[in-house]
Design a protein around this ligand. Sequence first.
Ligand code: DGT
Ligand code: CA
Ligand code: CA
Ligand code: ZN
Length: 568
Amino acid sequence: MDNREIARTLQTIATLMEIRGDDHYRVLAYQRAAESVASLGHPVAEVEDPRELPHVGETTAGVIRDLAQGRTPGILSELVEEVPAGLVEVTNLPNVGPRTAGRLWRELGVESVADVANLKEGAIASLKGFGKKSEERILRAARTYGSTERRMLLDEATSLAARMLDFIRSHPACERAEVAGSLRRQKETIGDLDLVAASTDQESLADAFAAASFVDEVLAHGPTKVSVRCAGTEVDLRIVEPEAFGSLLHHFTGSKAHNVALRERAVRMGLNISEYGIAKAGSGHYEPVATEEELYRRLDLPYIPPELREDTGEIEAAEEGRLPQLIEPADIRGDLHVHTDYSDGRGTIESMAEAAIELGHEYLVFCDHSKSLRVANGLSPERLVRKIEAVRAADARYDEIHLLCGAEVDILKDGTLDYEDGLLAELDLVVASVHTAFNMPEREMTDRIVRAMNNPYVRVLGHPTGRLLNRREPYAVDVSRLIAEAVSTGTALELDCYVDRLDLSVPYVREAVEAGAKISIDTDAHDEGALSFMRFGVSQARRAWVGKASVVNCLPWTKFERYLKRGK
Ligand code: DGT
Ligand code: CA
Ligand code: CA
Ligand code: ZN
């Protein structure tokens, strides 16, 4: 066995132990040993005593010796005997680590991804520490596992990429490494990951990446290019010398359509551009370009942010000096739509408030579900009244943030709302959303929503098309009419940041903002962690050419308070 195989086997032992529920320190010992072997510059088989390696002790040294000499270590036979083999693959599902896989095995009898896919709805959610949202994600991923149709959601792709970038950047031969491809452009779903790096010793970086412990399979491995399969996804890494990093990063960021349009513009200027650099047309001699800024400058253009690179007018706008001043994460001042354990959320008023303070928000609006939405534990009018009091009391305890009480009120079939106007008047803000009867004809559905938008208390139309990425198509609705109504009634349209919604979608957000509608970028968070999905909503807004002036929750508190009080 070579180092790579030994490291992988040590990692497998650690994973199996964790699934079995072994002590944390025991697991860590094998993980550390795996890293030591993987980063060793020469074959571990030549090492007299593996205990000399960093983080290798008595036990792991024995295991390494066994592996180096082609024997199966006792611990591995024992684990293979005990732990069903299919559970390792279960750890590739989102939100499922080895510990969780072990619980699914012990508590639900799961032995493979296929077993997860066949679980009844509610089985995972019934386990302690799981909510309905995480169950949905795990089930969806299990049911589409291995299919080429499967595209990752943004949070999953982001954390996978971060893990790999950490590894690449910590390598001594790495000068720079970045995400490219659709993830850098923040497309709503991600097919495969594209990573680019700059190094003066490309080959050793390529070798290290191919041997990394997170790699499941090496698909291609050259001196400057490695493709691997990891967590069910393909990852491509390209490496160049630092002088050419700008050209490489730009080329692999795409989109392809943007690259093609830019190349045509270059040709009109007598230039050729490629992943290797810029050349005088026809010369074939490519001069490397170190940064993207330099690349655009050489084409007489200002820098075009990755989120705009879709060939939807950005090159013309850049030529004419009218690229938009895009919203940035720091422009967000509050979150207008979050749930708590009053309905189907997992956080409390306090825990959500504290997470929002952590993110620097000036205000937070609690919008739990309304009475008819029984599946989501919607609040009866009596419970809502008590919740209003609880939020007011909590607000008085926090100086750092303004806590407001709203509701996500169901739009009933006929377009009326799920609470009486008298009660709506008591709330600081009302988000109105469709959660039932999705299968209406387009005309009826549009009329239904338009009626709700004309209610004077409805300030935000929640997830306006109801789509769930990879799972549910939007319902039939005339979005252009909703946009016109949003403008005439002064109702904001939501850009729901939850990674499987991103609803409104980018083209509609762009249309809405061009028509003069206001957008509310909010997270619809059901737990503290999801409050940080705000960044994905902001990136979708950037893809839609949105500036902060169009976004209600970019208003600083005093202006936001006035906006609420003024009414529609
Ligand atoms: P994805 O992976 O489906 O979410 O979308 P992308 O945009 O990441 O596409 P991918 O992974 O096929 O390629 C990454 C980038 O590499 C792409 O955005 C632009 C560049 N690229 C790939 N193939 C071509 C090509 O044939 N021509 C040009 N101009 N660029 C390409
Ligand atoms: Ca890609
Ligand atoms: Ca790719
Ligand atoms: Zn909702």
